[in-house]
Ligand binder design. Structure first.
Ligand SMILES: Nc1ncnc2c1ncn2[C@@H]1O[C@H](COP(=O)(O)OP(=O)(O)OP(=O)(O)O)[C@@H](O)[C@H]1O
Ligand SMILES: [Mg+2]
Length: 402
């Protein structure tokens, strides 16, 4: 798929932007603080409908516009999927009444002229993103890894995003009920309905993750081999928060580097063992007032040569593993959907040595559309620069660099 045209209105420091976007390579250059990352953020927003950096969507609306009673930040993308044109529009709307402080905020998504629910539109515009902070997928907290998985799977696995949204809603309801039961000693059987809900929804997420992680691992493996000059191997270890194989004894207790193939597990079995485990933990969960198992507590470990990279990996190893993971994500999404996602890379060259830069350039030529940012175009080979369109960004204005 290809992004053909992008227009922004009051998005970050872009009061107004209206540009055709080239196929192939696009390099965005400019000094610090000019709007390179903001552009990548806008494009990625069309895939995930959340920002990878803002705490609230409010931060995405241009400062100046937010002074008005009605402020709208807008992203409109024209893109093609197998030569079929589509248009996706996101509006971030802040409405203030007098004495209203920050005002109310809402988000509207319009796909091909029709207003849609966000979970229904995720995956229409596909992108894979690499950011300096992507190292946190390996080195950071488990949420980072779950977020990565949810964004990748949500774009290509039918209904994944909608199921995740429903699961999260059901989980919140169940947690509220657990707290209530702890306070008033009510009838614990009220939990039966929610146990059944979250185990049915959660099992579908776990099932998708089991398969996706093995497929991603198989794709990442050769990239990591290549990037480490055949000296290291990369493995992904999925650790669901309870063992859906129904193994005895509480929480997941196997050693970290044991790879278990759960692909043969039918959905029903995952659901049944999830529900049975919830029943077993009921008393404890009422005491704690929260749901302690489920996909919201899953963990994934990234192992380099048998060592947990999240704990012991060097910065260089983690960076290499993330690159391999991102190449795998591109290829996996292509395999699942038949479409290359748009590849977005923010300051990817910053810490790469010459050889890794070379390896990266070689990979990028395989994809349909790649958008990169840099403060320093001298880091790019002359061959790369010849093949790329270059945009110079200064204070939210773009000019073409010849
Ligand atoms: N809501 C907003 N309204 C207006 N300007 C904003 C808003 N949010 C951020 N900015 C401005 O955008 C600029 C940062 O843009 P961005 O992060 O894209 O820079 P960059 O070109 O990637 O810089 P660097 O090379 O440092 O990464 C800052 O000057 C910041 O003040
Ligand atoms: Mg930046």
């Amino acid at each position: 798929m290809q992004l053909k045209h992008l227009s922004l209105t009051n998005f970050r420091n872009y009061a107004r932007l209206d540009r055709d976007v080239p196929n192939g390579l696009l390099l965005i250059t400019g000094e610090n603080g000019q709007g390179k990352t903001n552009l990548i953020e806008a494009i990625n927003f069309l895939s995930s409908f959340v920002s990878f950096q803002a705490e609230t969507d409010r931060q995405l609306i241009h400062f100046v516009a937010t002074r008005d009673p009605l402020a709208v930040g807008r992203i409109v993308a024209d893109f093609e999927v197998e030569q079929n044109p589509h248009r996706l529009e996101v509006r971030i709307i802040q409405e203030k009444e007098i004495g209203d402080g920050n005002g109310r905020l809402r988000k509207e998504v319009i796909y091909d002229g029709v207003k849609q629910k966000i979970a229904e539109v995720i995956g229409q515009f596909k992108s894979v993103i690499f950011l300096p902070q992507s190292l946190q997928i390996i080195a950071g907290a488990p949420e980072e890894r779950r977020r990565f998985l949810n964004l990748a799977l949500g774009q290509v696995i039918p209904h994944y995003s909608a199921i995740l949204a429903e699961y999260t809603r059901a989980l919140n309801q169940r947690n509220a009920l657990l707290k209530l039961l702890a306070e008033n000693n009510g009838d614990a059987n009220q939990l039966n309905y929610w146990d059944s809900e979250i185990s049915q929804l959660g099992a579908r997420l776990i099932h998708a993750r089991i398969h996706a992680l093995i497929e991603l691992e198989n794709l990442a493996y050769p990239f990591y081999r290549q990037l480490t000059h055949e000296t290291e191997i990369l493995r992904f270890v999925y650790q669901p928060s309870f063992d859906p194989l129904g193994n005895r004894g509480g929480q997941y207790t196997l050693p970290v580097d044991v790879q278990i193939d759960r692909r043969g597990l039918p959905l029903e079995q995952i659901q049944e063992s999830f529900q049975a485990k919830l029943l077993k933990l009921r008393g404890e969960e009422i005491n704690r007032g929260m749901t302690t198992i489920g996909p919201h507590r899953d963990e994934i470990r990234f192992m380099g040569n048998g060592i947990d990279l999240g704990v012991y990996g060097s910065r260089g190893q983690v960076r290499t593993a993330i690159l391999a993971l991102k190449f795998a994500e591109m290829n996996w999404m292509k395999k699942k959907s038949g479409q290359w996602p748009v590849f977005l890379l923010d300051e990817v060259l910053a810490e790469l040595d010459e050889q890794h830069r070379h390896d990266l350039f070689a990979q990028l030529s395989n994809f349909d559309q790649v958008i990169l940012t840099t403060t320093d175009i001298n880091l790019f080979s002359s061959q790369f620069l010849q093949n790329a369109q270059i945009w110079q960004v200064q204070a939210g204005q773009i000019s073409l660099l010849e």
